[in-house]
Design a protein around this ligand. Structure first.
Ligand code: IFM
Length: 447
């Protein structure tokens, strides 16, 4: 069993992580610009001010993508680059940047997959309450319309929000990411609901503004599980755990509302506060999507416990970890696609997957990263098992196309297929990039 003939091989990145140009050509501030400039927020005092300087080097970067043979590039747009205040006046230079990027990609035969928000909220809107303000859904819908009216003649794949669970939980509850807040449970349920409304209205805005047919999907994240054995009982336990209301990262909270139009009844993990749903909200939130995209790096093994409840198994001592200390668990490309497909009945896109390694340029001038080749090879083999089990697969986006600013971890973590020297900004294709090129050329048959 191989990948489907129309399977799409790509790689991904996000605006704040690679663009730089933080004050270029009229761009407004995002919460990440402000957060990264605060002392002691980011490893080594790194910022995204310059990052990979992709804003000025996008043409060279697209040429490298073409050399790798990418069929798709998943990028995100910076809301404050386009609308410096988040609403109101458009910054034409900001919109032009993405216009030229899309043209350059298409000229290189690379399909643009556009994410409208990958965490760089306009700071001006944060000052107006950000995710706490229900109006954010309309602010975002207006921004979405502007983008889709400009690019929708050429961009045919859209994803509104990247990993809502991460920017809300880590950015607003734990305070380790921008804006660095630690809101109470009562505020949190408002933010979560406003985020879902934002998703729903954005999907409506995309479809309304798109001049032709387009596909819209998610780029979700959160808890991922796999069964400890292939017994029916363990499979059901793993499935239950992935959607359980008792885990703040579970898909019951972060995927079910947009896909099934319902929140779990038990809100005890949010202090028991009710979700502030108004009449008609769940219909807005539950928009038909064309694919279910999710970002996945790791997961936990689950078995059916003696009391009948799912039991998460502890990690085996000495098992493989990436540089981020995330366990190597290829099973997450086999089982979660099955669980999602069974529940939501949509084709699956892996919108991010990859790993961080301590890569450097070797004496021979090359970047040898056998660990990445092994890791991705294992994960893709597992993904094939999902196809063999009957799950329709849309594609795979490697995270990331190039090394970049890894949020609070700064430049410590290198996730790229392309190595970036942050002093000279020189790019070097890693061994894994050449390997991925062969994977793409054979549509995964060489795995
Ligand atoms: O770098 C991030 C990305 O922005 C969101 N998904 C996970 C990646 C690796 O941590």
């Amino acid at each position: 069993m191989s990948f489907p003939a129309d399977f799409v091989w790509g790689a991904a990145a996000a605006s704040y992580q690679i663009e730089g140009g933080w004050q270029a050509d009229g761009k407004g501030l995002s919460v990440w610009d402000v957060f990264a400039h605060r002392p002691d927020t980011i490893y080594n005092g790194d910022t995204g001010d310059v990052a990979c300087d992709h804003y000025h080097r996008y043409q060279d970067d697209v040429a490298l993508m073409q050399e790798i043979g990418l069929q798709a590039y998943r990028f995100s747009l910076s809301w404050p680059r386009i609308l410096p205040e988040g609403t109101g006046a458009i910054n034409p230079a900001g919109l032009d940047f993405y216009d030229k990027l899309v043209d350059t990609l298409l000229a290189a035969h690379i399909q643009p997959y556009a994410t409208l928000f990958h965490w760089d909220l306009p700071y001006a809107l944060y000052l107006r309450g950000g995710w706490k303000n229900r109006d954010i859904a309309d602010w975002f819908a207006d921004y979405t319309t502007i983008v889709v009216e400009k690019l929708g003649d050429r961009v045919k794949h859209w994803m509104p929000l990247n990993e809502p669970v991460v920017f809300l939980l880590i950015g607003h509850r734990e305070g380790r990411h921008a804006p660095g807040d630690k809101v109470c449970d009562q505020d949190f349920v408002y933010m979560m609901h406003n985020m879902f409304l934002t998703h729903g209205k954005a999907v409506q805005a995309i479809r309304a503004a798109s001049p032709g047919a387009c596909k819209v999907g998610s780029a979700n994240a959160g808890a991922h599980t796999f069964p400890a054995t292939e017994s029916e009982a363990d499979i059901e336990a793993a499935r239950q755990a992935m959607f359980s209301p008792h885990n703040p990262w579970s898909q019951g909270w972060w995927s079910d509302p947009m896909m099934l139009g319902q929140y779990p009844d038990d809100t005890s993990i949010w202090g028991g506060y009710a979700i502030p749903v108004q009449a008609g909200d769940m219909e807005i939130i539950r928009q038909p999507l064309d694919f279910f995209g999710f970002n996945v790096y790791q997961g936990v093994a689950v078995r059916a416990g003696e009391n009948g409840l799912p039991e998460v198994l502890p990690r085996l001592t000495g098992s493989a970890l990436t540089l981020t200390q995330w366990p190597v668990t290829p099973e997450v490309l086999h089982w979660p696609p099955r669980f999602y497909y069974d529940r939501y009945h949509l084709p699956i896109l892996i919108s991010e997957n990859g790993l961080s390694l301590p890569d450097w340029v070797a004496l021979d001038g090359k970047v040898h990263d056998p660990g990445r080749i092994d890791f991705v090879g294992r994960y893709l083999r597992a993904y094939k098992q999902a196809a063999a089990a009957g799950v329709p697969l849309v594609g795979y986006m490697h995270w990331s196309i190039m090394d970049n600013f890894e949020w609070a971890e700064g430049m410590k973590h290198r996730f790229g297929l392309i190595h970036v020297d942050y002093q000279t900004l020189k790019r070097t294709l890693k061994d894994s990039a050449y390997w991925y090129k062969d994977v793409i050329a054979s549509n995964g048959a060489n795995l």
